[in-house]
Design a protein around this ligand. Structure first.
Ligand code: UD1
Length: 427
């Protein structure tokens, strides 16, 4: 079957020739989930911020489109993004920009704190199931943001300044914790977040805000205390390495009996992931910022991978590890506790020959000796990456469609895998 070749990732595909061993070194990209809230937070400074190690991704482009729409000057030079937010010209984000990126709600706290008003189209549903924003809104309301929902828009007004508050999150939501930290950094008084998310990306955001002059204590713990400042200033910041991308390359190495070394990585942030690879029979060597993974022989099944908020096993790494389980010896069990719709890619993995049963939150994977190449379709970002991992293990050629999902989060995925000896062509 011949398909039209296009530069655009909506219509582009990857052609993967499987059963090629990956080996060599790969530089870990900067974390998307860290860069996005940091870019939103640059608005608070009304100054120039330089964000290094910023990954080149469609989600990051979407964030820069929003910043430009608000009046910021944004430049990207390699992996360095400079955001000049001295002159903002707007405080609203239209529907088309909100829909480009699902996590754009993280701009709400930043715009409201800087402009005292904000108007954002409501973020749509998500491929992972409904993604409510009630925790974001309840917290910001407690901090003095008046929010009304009309005609699909969130209209926000702040009388005077946002004020500090005591926020108890019922779920340690990553996005809500970020929105509160960002708004709290410019608030009048002290904000305390109880049951805060503890993800490493929260710590990275706190480090950025602190270098802009914010006073934040406890990031990375379940109680974060923010003493608001009247103003912040610009700063330079280096985005942390992407732990989910690292886990994905590790899975790709493991399924191809490979031997790869991730440089500029952060093994500490993979505390719940590395033991799973060891359980599967991989050898892992790491120091402060490199991880080497060596796989030799058939992998063993995982006993029970249960996703949990950090420091538990990350929901975003479930799909890449499931791809690995499809060819491991024995039965692996996965339990997804964070999102409702994490198994949409399972049907596509089955097309490659995987044997997977899903019931509600639980998926049981019975490893098969061999997958076989097929035409498959990405259903979401991590599920799409999992299809590529599985295709790397499969006998023969696979065509992977709708790779725009993958390109939201993986920088030059095809080129990186090819540089390691895989055959992945973007067509
Ligand atoms: C972030 C990550 C995403 C990751 C997720 C969990 C970014 C851009 N995205 O998403 O990759 O999978 O953390 O680690 O950083 N919830 C509510 N009400 C709210 C907010 C969340 O009920 O107001 C629920 C969600 O539906 C979900 C759970 O809380 O079931 C966790 O969501 P959350 O931690 O907020 O995820 P995101 O910040 O959207």
């Amino acid at each position: 079957m011949v398909n039209s070749i296009s530069e655009h990732s909506e219509t582009a595909k990857y052609i993967v020739e499987g059963e090629r061993r990956l080996s060599g070194e790969v530089k870990t990209q900067g974390a998307k989930n860290s860069a996005l809230p940091i870019l939103a937070a640059t608005i608070l400074t009304g100054d120039v911020c330089v964000i290094e190690n910023c990954p080149r991704l469609s989600d990051i482009e979407a964030a820069s489109d929003i910043l430009r729409y608000l009046g910021c000057k944004v430049e990207m030079d390699g992996n360095v993004m400079t955001v000049d937010s001295r002159e903002l010209t707007g405080c609203s984000i239209p529907d088309n920009l909100m829909r480009e990126m699902r996590s754009s709600i993280v701009f709400l706290g930043a715009i409201a704190a800087r402009c005292k008003q904000a108007s954002l189209s409501l973020p749509g549903g998500c491929e992972l199931g409904p993604r409510p924003i009630d925790l974001h809104l309840t917290a910001l309301r407690k901090m003095g943001v008046e929010i009304s929902e009309e005609y699909g828009f969130l209209n926000c007004k702040v009388k005077g300044r946002i004020h500090g508050s005591n926020i108890n999150l019922s779920i340690p939501s990553v996005g809500a914790t970020e929105n509160i930290m960002i708004a709290g950094a410019l608030a009048d008084g002290i904000t305390v977040i109880n049951n805060a998310a503890m993800e490493p990306e929260i710590v990275d955001l706190a480090n950025f805000l602190s270098s802009c002059g914010a006073d934040i204590r406890g990031a990375g713990e379940s109680r974060i205390i923010i003493e608001g400042r009247e103003r912040l200033h610009g700063a330079s910041h280096r985005v942390m390495p992407d732990r989910i991308v690292a886990a994905t390359y590790m899975a790709a190495a493991a399924v191809t009996q490979g031997d790869i070394t991730l440089i500029n990585a952060d093994p500490k942030s993979l505390g719940a992931v590395i033991p799973e690879f060891i359980e599967a029979g991989c050898k892992i060597e790491y120091n402060d910022d490199t991880i080497r993974i060596i796989a030799d022989g058939r992998l063993r099944a995982f006993k029970n991978v249960r996703t949990m908020p950090y420091p538990g096993f990350p929901t975003d790494a479930l799909a890449p590890l499931m791809a690995l389980a499809t060819v491991a010896k024995g039965n692996s069990m996965f339990v997804e506790t964070i999102f409702e719709n994490r198994y949409r890619h399972v049907g596509e993995l089955r097309r490659l020959g995987a044997n997977i049963k899903v019931e509600g939150k639980i998926a049981v994977v019975e490893g098969v000796e061999r997958l076989t190449g097929a035409a498959v379709r990405c259903t979401d970002l991590r599920g799409g990456a999992a299809l590529v991992v599985a295709a790397l293990a499969a006998k023969g050629k696979s065509e992977i469609y709708e790779i725009s999902h993958i390109e939201r989060g993986y920088e030059d995925f095809d080129k990186v895998l090819s540089s390691l000896g895989g055959r992945v062509i973007r067509g």
